[in-house]
Ligand binder design. Structure first.
Ligand SMILES: Cc1cc2nc3c(=O)[nH]c(=O)nc-3n(C[C@H](O)[C@H](O)[C@H](O)COP(=O)(O)OP(=O)(O)OC[C@H]3O[C@@H](n4cnc5c(N)ncnc54)[C@H](O)[C@@H]3O)c2cc1C
Ligand SMILES: *[C@@H]1O[C@H](CO)[C@@H](O)[C@H](O)[C@H]1NC(C)=O
Ligand SMILES: *[C@@H]1O[C@H](CO)[C@@H](O)[C@H](O)[C@H]1NC(C)=O
Ligand SMILES: *[C@@H]1O[C@H](CO)[C@@H](O)[C@H](O)[C@H]1NC(C)=O
Ligand SMILES: *[C@@H]1O[C@H](CO)[C@@H](O)[C@H](O)[C@H]1NC(C)=O
Ligand SMILES: *[C@@H]1O[C@H](CO)[C@@H](O)[C@H](O)[C@H]1NC(C)=O
Ligand SMILES: *[C@@H]1O[C@H](CO)[C@@H](O)[C@H](O)[C@H]1NC(C)=O
Ligand SMILES: *[C@@H]1O[C@H](CO)[C@@H](O)[C@H](O)[C@H]1NC(C)=O
Ligand SMILES: *[C@@H]1O[C@H](CO)[C@@H](O)[C@H](O)[C@H]1NC(C)=O
Length: 581
């Protein structure tokens, strides 16, 4: 209890809960756009800027340096510099408005189009508040409500469905809430080391801080992702998930501001419905998170490996047979607490990384030997270097004294995903017999031959959590989260629409057809997923929606595919967010 009191003690003199004016917020009205009479005047924005201490930012699209527009003229040097770093998440994270998923910029200010091509704010948020405190949260929520503006919570901008962006939006930008502290946690549901992180802390920052304190926390392979944002709120997989459970399974406390202006702490013993929903039920819809407190574990020696198989010098049949051999060993590998990530493209199977916390190099080698001896038996030569001629497979394995060392050596930081994606959770049973594995590999081959790449994150998170949460229960019986992607085309937008239709109607159904239970990871799947309510949230959807309605009765928070989003629709021409009539 002492800790809760200290949270309250640090609250600044706040706008009280009752002061939030909901007079003009009704669930039956469309959100205002800048072209509407209801949009605030310049002086109202200026006055609002004062209430947030000058932290209001008017959007200047980062790609505007590549165009002649109202924002200035084309600057070859700046534009080339931007293009050279466009693939890196950090480029987009630094912006208060840029969505990492290119589709949601609607080809405006795209650095790869001609200087004369359109560059307007368009589908990006109009303004952002660079939040530094709970009072910035309260003031931003209040201003959006009073003026009937679409409120967006933006952290890093990684979201694949544009949930941290939106036409006519005002963003609550959480990126600079970077506090991290070590906590000796003591409650009935957990006693031990914990980390408390602000809303803007990224996975790599949390992992590095834990490491310095001799600890490990459950974070993602994607180090740039927002730890307390969409990642942990949406479930969160990563290199230690098989060992400890998903990121959402580790949460002890969520400190939030609700849309009714309440400052709450949700734990397994207080505000338990909100705790349950925020832990896996998806980001950006129940409340705005200020901080998160999570379990931390003692660091341990860890091994890691990578394996590459190509079709160089072998037939496609031999290639996919080798892939299948490896896939059927995955249950034995993940059951040791290892997490395996792979990329499967036409002619390339890159298994990287295999992270095995607490597993010795010798043990990991034993688990990989069935695949390596299969390669030998089939005369598929493997070596350590791609410089060796006629080698079609490469393999590396090492042991490290700490988890972070193994992570850094074997996890090249992922780039921005320039793909039109879809996703599926694959039941573990499919890899437990050769015949079902053959069907799965045939589906993968079909998808590769249609020009799509496949990534797979492989885990055993069946142990789940000590405390119930809203992680889609399908995760607990799944082994793989597959994401398939058709490359994004920056020059012909219509191609992306075709690709998305293909993913939705042709490619993902090949995986669906094999699964008795339908599920997908809500953070990494298809923005047009039919029946997203059950596919993303399992049997939790109705309960989640009632919790959403309880804490956000004005539906101030919205995100495509988020719980409650089925009551809203976005007009494809104007981008206006309106209630479903
Ligand atoms: C390159 C890349 C790597 C990835 N790697 C992994 C990985 O290893 N493991 C994994 O599980 N997933 C991974 N993801 C998916 C990632 O977890 C999701 O995209 C997630 O939603 C990102 O959360 P964010 O807060 O960083 O992003 P944002 O786009 O800023 O936000 C995502 C959602 O969370 C909401 N949100 C953000 N902050 C808050 C807050 N403080 N309070 C309430 N709502 C909030 C937003 O409104 C939005 O709905 C990756 C994605 C990419 C693009
Ligand atoms: C609430 O907003 C309405 C409409 O903008 C306004 O008329 C009213 O005065 C406001 N009330 C308070 C208490 O701020
Ligand atoms: C908000 O105020 C700050 C400080 O005065 C200023 O730098 C900033 O440009 C203002 N923002 C907007 C959108 O006017
Ligand atoms: C946002 O605020 C932080 C301090 O909280 C400051 O360091 C940073 O420069 C600001 N960023 C922008 C773009 O205003
Ligand atoms: C699940 O928990 C049991 C008991 O704590 C443990 O022995 C086992 O290794 C765990 N499984 C995984 C995959 O971590
Ligand atoms: C596999 O890991 C080794 C050691 O870290 C690294 O040198 C190599 O580049 C990795 N292989 C691939 C294909 O990335
Ligand atoms: C990321 O992009 C850069 C530059 O385009 C490239 O060199 C690097 O290999 C990419 N990294 C990964 C992990 O794909
Ligand atoms: C769509 O899928 C088919 C396979 O059914 C494939 O041949 C085609 O190239 C795909 N098109 C796009 C744009 O992805
Ligand atoms: C997206 O861009 C097209 C022009 O290419 C435009 O017609 C459409 O209105 C835009 N959509 C939104 C939501 O702004």
């Amino acid at each position: 209890m002492a800790r809760l009191i200290s949270f309250l003690a640090i609250l600044p003199a706040l706008v009280s809960a009752a002061a939030i004016n909901t007079t003009c917020v009704t669930e039956s009205s469309c959100r205002c756009l800048p072209s509407d009479p209801c949009w605030p005047s310049k002086s109202e924005w200026t006055a609002f800027n004062k209430t947030v201490g000058g932290r209001l930012i008017a959007t200047v699209p980062i790609g505007s340096v590549c165009h002649d527009s109202a924002f200035g003229s084309y600057n070859a040097q700046k534009c080339d510099a931007l293009k050279s770093v466009w693939d890196y998440p950090a480029t987009h994270i630094a912006s208060s408005s840029d969505p990492m998923a290119p589709f949601f910029a609607n080809v405006s200010c795209d650095p790869f189009t001609a200087p004369s091509a359109r560059c307007i704010v368009g589908t990006l948020v109009q303004y952002s508040v660079n939040a530094s405190s709970s009072s910035d949260y309260l003031a931003t929520i209040k201003f959006a409500q009073q003026n009937n503006i679409r409120l967006v919570i933006r952290n890093t901008g990684h979201d694949y469905y544009g949930k941290s962006s939106g036409t006519g939006g005002l963003a609550l930008w959480t990126h600079f809430l970077k506090d991290i502290s070590l906590v000796n946690y003591k409650q009935s549901y957990y006693t031990g080391k914990a980390l408390k992180v602000g809303a803007g802390v990224q996975n790599s920052e949390a992992l590095a801080f834990a490491h310095k304190n001799g600890l490990i926390v459950v974070t993602g392979d994607g180090g740039s992702v927002g730890y307390a944002g969409g990642y942990s709120q949406g479930g969160g997989h990563g290199p230690v998930a098989s060992k400890f459970g998903m990121a959402a399974d580790q949460v002890l406390e969520w400190e939030v501001i609700t849309s009714t202006g309440q400052h709450l702490v949700a734990t397994p013993s207080q505000n338990t419905d909100l705790y349950w929903a925020l832990s896996g039920g998806g980001g950006g819809t129940y409340a705005a998170v200020l901080s998160m407190t999570v379990r931390a574990f003692a660091d341990m020696p860890s091994s890691a490996a990578n394996l590459t198989i190509t079709n160089q010098g072998i037939s496609d049949d031999a290639f996919y047979a080798a892939v299948q051999t490896f896939l059927t060993t995955l249950p034995s590998i993940v059951d040791t607490g290892a997490t395996v990530v792979y990329l499967l493209a036409y002619g390339l199977f890159l298994v990287q990384p295999i992270n095995a916390p607490g597993v010795s190099k010798a043990q990991l080698q034993t688990l990989l030997n069935p695949t390596l001896s299969y390669l030998q038996k089939q005369n598929i030569p493997y070596g350590k270097s791609s410089a060796l001629a006629l080698v079609s497979a490469y393999f590396h394995i090492d042991q490290f004294s700490t988890f972070l060392d193994s992570f850094n050596a074997y996890n090249p930081p992922p780039n921005v995903t320039e793909y039109n994606i879809g996703g599926r959770l694959i039941p573990r049973t499919l890899l437990e017999s050769q015949s079902s594995a053959t069907s799965l590999v045939n589906a993968y081959r079909f998808i590769n031959e249609a020009g799509a790449v496949i990534s797979g994150v492989n885990v055993n998170v069946s142990n789940g959590t000590k405390v119930p949460n809203a992680v889609n229960p399908v995760w607990r019986t799944s082994i793989t989260s597959n994401v398939i992607g058709v490359p994004y085309d920056p020059l012909n937008f219509q191609n992306n629409i075709y690709a998305q239709n293909n993913v939705t109607n042709v490619l993902i159904p090949k995986l669906e057809a094999l699964s008795p239970v339908q599920g997908a990871y809500l953070n990494e799947a298809n923005m047009h997923q039919p029946n997203f309510q059950s596919v993303f949230y399992g049997n939790n959807y109705q309960t989640l929606k009632s919790i959403k309605n309880k804490y956000d009765p004005t539906s101030t928070f919205y995100g495509l595919t988020a719980v409650g989003s089925d009551d809203w629709t976005v007009d494809s021409v104007t981008g206006r967010l309106c209630p479903v009539s």
